[in-house]
Design a binder for this molecule. Structure first.
Ligand code: DHB
Length: 453
């Protein structure tokens, strides 16, 4: 198969959507396969939505400044994603694409392969790094068509939630890195760059090979877990794994040599305390302060210290008990290979594999471990120091202070590492917010407006 990568500006339909009293009108260019040699034409396609107002402004008044491109991915759970239209999200609220059009941006919604996909021969086609390779290929398609599409391809802002937040972080941290080149070549991606201008990341489920130890650093000591209607108490074996994982986190964190907002070294002692923990506490206190500023009474929270109407400290252990544990240990690289991430790190012929030496050692499923390069390509932390990776200029990271899908340490490390390389990161742990995304479209588009001025 050899598919033309040229964008056809005449192939569109005009749509109108009215939600919550707000009306948008746009041209929808859909079902565009974005690679020349696709593996999966259902997922390797994208949609482009352009505000009709852009064409009205352009009529007879050339040249009109091209609007930035908002690039929301639809990946959840590291599963395959399909392009999505401006409209309602799963919770029945207008989605981020709707707000993007409302604010005059061009929206590009790429599909991507994900875990579990198989071709007609039963070969797994969506294992890592397929999902990030596809996102990059979509960016390359846009850049290849920079003169044909109405959006400004030097102002691409990617966005995603959870696994999608991780992909957005990868797009922002690994621009043009040669590690992905052979994969892009294989699927016939346009020969272009794939760096983006900015990345919006909601609760990124990332840094997977260190996420188990971070989880136990945070939730270790709590053995009752609450995951939807799956509730219980961890077994003796799981508690043992938790204790061991917890000891691995401080040496890993210290090896990153991160610095905080005043240039202080972020470290953890063997007991898990230290300036890195203080760094997270500070963001939680800021979050509590903002919530109190909105008029919420937080005095009933026994873990929060409030003095003169300001949150000034917290009891960490009580905060963790208040939040509760969701996943059993190990949270991501499951010793029975039953976590979504085990499937992400499968191979063309092996459905599920480990991705940490720890879980390989304690496997209960005779699991194999994924190749080092496959694991490396899925972690933005591996590219932040690497000069061959062009970083986005701006990141916006939001990780709900009530999230239990992954440790708050994961987004805190990503933030500190990016700031250490001069990236402007807008980081908050929004109060009371669980594992979720796109809950603050007004603030999101205010940020986009600011960074695109
Ligand atoms: C997602 C959530 C998880 O808890 C996880 O381990 C991986 C992905 C998600 O919602 O995308």
């Amino acid at each position: 198969m050899n598919i033309s990568l040229e964008f056809n500006e005449n192939n569109y339909t005009v749509r109108e959507v009215c939600l919550e009293g707000k009306r948008i009108e746009y041209r929808a260019f859909e079902n565009i396969v974005y690679v020349g040699n696709p593996v999966d034409t259902e997922h390797q396609r994208l949609s482009i939505f352009v505000p009709e107002q852009y064409y009205r402004d352009a009529k007879g008044k050339a040249p009109v400044k091209k609007p930035p491109v908002f690039l929301p991915n639809t990946v959840g759970g590291y599963m395959p994603g399909l392009p999505e239209e401006p409209g309602l999200d799963r919770s029945g609220k207008p989605n981020a694409s709707f707000y993007a059009i409302l604010n005059g941006y061009v929206v590009v919604s790429p599909g991507a392969r994900g875990r579990g996909l198989r071709d007609e021969n039963g070969v797994f086609t969506g294992t890592a790094p397929a999902c990030i390779v596809d996102q990059k290929a979509a960016v390359r398609y846009l850049k290849y068509n920079r003169d044909r599409i109405p959006g400004d391809t030097e102002r691409i802002i990617s966005s995603g939630t959870s696994a999608g937040g991780a992909l957005s972080a990868l797009l922002g941290a690994t621009g043009n890195h040669p590690d992905y080149e052979p994969y892009l070549e294989e699927i016939g991606a346009a020969k272009e760059t794939d760096d983006v201008y900015a990345a919006s990341c909601y609760c990124p489920i990332t840094n997977l090979e260190h996420a188990d130890m971070a989880y136990e650093w945070e939730f270790g000591g709590l053995s009752d877990y609450h995951w939807g209607d799956r509730e219980g108490v961890m077994t003796e074996a799981q508690n043992m794994l938790s204790v061991m994982e917890k000891t691995l986190f401080p040496p890993y964190l210290n090896s990153l040599k991160l610095t905080g907002d005043s240039g202080e070294w972020l470290f953890l002692r063997e007991d898990g305390n230290g300036s890195f923990k203080d760094y997270i506490v500070e963001y939680i206190l800021q979050s509590a302060g903002r919530e109190m500023g909105r008029g919420t009474d937080l005095t009933a929270l026994n873990w929060l210290v409030i003095e003169d109407g300001q949150p000034t400290g917290m009891d960490w252990a009580a905060f963790i008990r208040y939040r509760t544990r969701m996943k059993t240990a190990p949270a991501f690289d499951d010793v029975f290979l039953s976590a979504p991430e085990n499937e992400l790190f499968g191979s063309p012929v092996t459905a599920r594999r480990h991705f940490t030496p720890f879980s390989l050692k304690y496997t209960k499923a005779s699991g194999e471990i994924a190749e080092e390069g496959q694991i490396k390509r899925m972690n933005p932390m591996n590219y932040i120091q690497d000069r061959a990776a062009k970083k986005a200029k701006y990141f916006r990271i939001r990780h709900g202070a009530a999230d239990r899908d992954t440790s708050l340490a994961i987004s805190a490390m990503l933030t500190a590492a990016l700031r250490g390389r001069g990236v402007a990161v807008d980081y908050q742990l929004p109060w009371g917010v669980p594992h979720a995304g796109d809950y603050d479209p007004e603030e999101l588009f205010d940020w986009i407006k600011r960074i695109c001025q």
